[in-house]
Ligand binder design. Structure first.
Ligand code: FAD
Length: 402
């Protein structure tokens, strides 16, 4: 829907011009407001206009969807090495909650090869039904095949919503499916809820404008409602093996349009070396570590604790750490049992990556640093002094234990 000014009622007060976050509104020569092409249709000007002369206008070529014919909450189950990735269980927990609130079913879709045990796990974790395309030729993710299988299934069964993990492959798959289905996709959601007014309408929340605000987005006119969620944003709910569900084998798609053939797979060794996403203990450092030498002391602490080293974007930009170990909005979302934040201020973009940590211990010389608001334990002091003491104490405890 486009946003337009009903010129005859415009009083030229300029309220819409000052509120527009992207500077898309200007005065015409006659003193009336005019909406430019860079309008993002956020609607801020609509509520700001004192004479209510700004409206959303229906675009004529709009796709009309019978919303009532779409039901159930679906989760795409991403697999690796013949088992579901952890993010699949995290999404099943969310989908189960949404489905319970709207009186719908929670449905999982699996492509590739999973043993009966893992299919049952999906049911125990919330699925009422599992649509399963079993084929050992599709064990590896393939853009064309996976997009076609999921798109065909959605067209046939018409789910109300579809959740996909925002992994490397999920980020490729989700927009392709949304594009083919001509529906919206809210990427990298950090909260997902049923709307208070209408349970089947989903409210997707994600950081917007560089992480400075949280935007809640709805997809009121198209289906399925689609969202992607990064790993470790939501917890895995407790499995209930008394749950009953149905496993439905789906038929082979007609793949004559498949244009992609995988010739070789090259494993990203650097990302395998340090997997901060699955680590139980993370020793993370920020710019407050002062220099690369001090930052590297974190490896000693991590080795003693059996953890890994990560950091803020500031240290990645300083060249002290590789990008795959960056925590935060433009890095990785982590969920360890213990997260040490040494000399990290706690910018909103960093905090976006550590919501799921069980315990955060912050060390910062500034008692007012925002990281302390997120932390369970805090030490106000200089990392240059505290880190060596911590290493010494933990080493002594380990020697005592041996
Ligand atoms: C679109 C966008 C995406 C972003 N994505 C990310 C992201 O994914 N991850 C991320 O981390 N950031 C991200 N950022 C950057 C983010 O806004 C911050 O700039 C960054 O997190 C700051 O890193 P920092 O806390 O290490 O450094 P600073 O903000 O400089 O903080 C350093 C902290 O160290 C403390 N300190 C200094 N010296 C000492 C000392 N001797 N002892 C103890 N404490 C000390 C200071 O008090 C301060 O709190 C993003 C920004 C944008 C705009």
């Amino acid at each position: 829907m486009a946003i337009v000014v009903q010129k005859e009622n415009c009083i030229g007060c300029g309220a819409c011009i000052s509120i527009c976050p992207v500077g898309a509104i200007e005065f015409e020569a006659n003193g009336k407001a005019e909406i430019g092409e860079n309008c993002i249709a956020c609607g801020a000007c609509i509520s700001e206009c004192p004479v209510k002369c700004i409206i959303r206008e229906q675009v004529n070529n709009r796709l009309i969807i019978d919303l009532d014919s779409y039901k159930n909450i679906w989760v795409y189950i991403e697999c690796e090495k013949n088992r579901p990735k952890n993010v699949a269980y995290e999404l099943l927990g969310v989908a189960r909650r949404l489905a319970d609130a709207s009186g719908e079913e929670c449905v999982a879709i699996v492509i590739g090869g999973l043993s009966q045990k893992y299919l049952q796990d999906l049911i125990a974790n919330g699925a009422d039904k599992v649509y399963y395309l079993e084929n050992n030729n599709y064990l590896e993710y393939n853009t064309e095949i996976y997009t076609q299988v999921v798109t065909d299934l959605v067209k046939e069964h018409k789910p109300n919503a579809l959740l996909i993990g925002a992994t490397v492959n999920g980020r490729d798959l989700a927009p392709r499916i949304a594009g083919r289905l001509k529906t919206g996709l809210c990427a990298d959601c950090t909260a997902i809820d049923n709307s208070a007014e209408e349970a089947k309408l989903i409210e997707w929340t994600r950081p917007a404008f560089g992480g400075n605000i949280m935007a809640t987005i709805v997809c009121p006119e198209h289906r399925p409602q689609m969202g992607s969620v990064r790993p470790k944003v939501f917890p895995v709910s407790r499995a209930d093996y008394s749950r009953k569900g149905e496993i439905i084998l789906i038929k082979e798609p007609n793949l004559q349009d498949n244009l992609v053939k995988i010739l070789e797979t090259i494993v990203d060794i650097s990302a395998e070396r340090v997997n901060i996403q699955d680590a139980e203990i993370i020793c993370a450092g920020g710019r407050g570590m002062g220099n690369k030498e001090t930052f590297e002391q974190l490896y000693t602490l991590a080795d003693l604790l059996g953890g890994v080293v990560a950091g803020s974007r500031a240290v990645v930009e300083s060249g002290w750490l590789e990008h795959h170990a960056q925590v935060g909005q433009s890095g990785v979302t982590v969920g360890p049992k213990v997260y040490f934040a040494f000399g990290i201020s706690g910018a909103i973009q960093h905090l976006a990556g550590i919501n799921a940590c069980d315990m955060i211990i912050a060390i910062n010389k500034d008692a007012n640093a925002p990281i302390f608001k997120a932390a369970d334990y805090g030490i106000v002091g200089d990392v240059q002094k505290i880190l060596p003491i911590l290493i010494e104490k933990i080493r002594a405890i380990k020697v005592e234990q041996e």
